[in-house]
Design a protein around this ligand. Structure first.
Ligand SMILES: [Zn+2]
Length: 89
């Protein structure tokens, strides 16, 4: 199995945005989704792991609840900013 270097925070944030999508009260097209992700990722610590794709997915389920709460807070802030300043019409 080939090892890859991954920033787990990236997967965590994208997954969380998809889970929270309906409650975000802002546009969640691909452009806005990635804008929210960029906002969040610039404010959260990177969590790099050398892993295989399969192992990565199982690791994502072993997150500390505190980090999960922080991720949600930052995503909500990002959604608010994207809502105020969407980069498309
Ligand atoms: Zn949009």
């Amino acid at each position: 199995m080939e090892l890859v270097l991954r920033n787990m925070t990236e997967d965590i944030v994208l997954r969380k945005i998809d889970q929270m999508k309906n409650g975000l009260d802002c546009c969640t097209c691909e452009h806005c989704r990635l804008d929210i992700a960029s906002y969040a990722l610039n404010r959260l610590p990177a969590k790099y792991v050398a892993t295989t794709q399969g192992e990565l997915l199982s690791r994502l389920d072993t997150l500390e609840p505190q980090f999960d709460a922080t991720v949600m807070t930052v995503i909500l802030q990002g959604a608010m900013i994207v809502k105020l300043h969407p980069r498309h019409k």
